[in-house]
Design a protein around this ligand. Sequence first.
Ligand code: A5P
Length: 242
Amino acid sequence: MLQGDSSMDSKELKVVLGRTAADALVHDNMKLGLGTGSTAVEAVKRIGELYKAGKLRNIICVATSFQAELECYTLGIPIYSLNDPLVGGRLDLTIDGADEVDDKWLLIKGGGGAFLMEKIIACYSEAYAIVVEERKLVRNIGSNFPIPVEVYPDAYLPVQKRLAELGGAVTIRQGEKFAGPAITKQGNIILDVAFAEEIDPISMEKKINEIVGVAENGIFTRKVTDLFIGHADGRIEHKKGK
Ligand code: A5P
């Protein structure tokens, strides 16, 4: 556990979280998955800083979103596709943020709309580290944050009906400064699904993905190997997955 400043605001805490995770886990010769969002980007910035200073050598990175990709171009971090023979479809480590984390370390992701690629990268990574402020810790995921579901636009109505049959209240995510629904990098739309009742995340992840027309959903059940929690008093806790 590291001790931090005693009066940190959210922005500063995200910087420390990202730096702490990168410093603790990233080494030379690693194949890295780079997460999306305002916390994960701080880990990306730290990786860029170390790489530029020659303190991190021979890294191969795959970005989870256009946001992460642009950050890499700015920082001079070399990025590849998961399909590139150099990457070989397998990563050593991914560092990403989350919207909710329960006590079993099951997650909701997708506040930034990049969860399809985030889940692909997570599932093909050996180690999976999550960086979150303590306010993201919940007893049950889905209690405050609706579950994002990426859907092929031509199938949104039947999918919406099936999600309602599962007990969800569905909202189509709208673009900001953009007319109509938000469109993902893969050209799909996102349905945000709120459940009034407590959900079983493991079965709900499967049930939603069984609906034809769904590309992916934001319930993440793969094992988190490292959880970094940023406390309001500035402390960063690093917990290892069992
Ligand atoms: C992006 O699609 C998300 O999964 C983010 O990782 C998540 O929303 C956390 O973002 P912040 O760190 O900005 O809260």
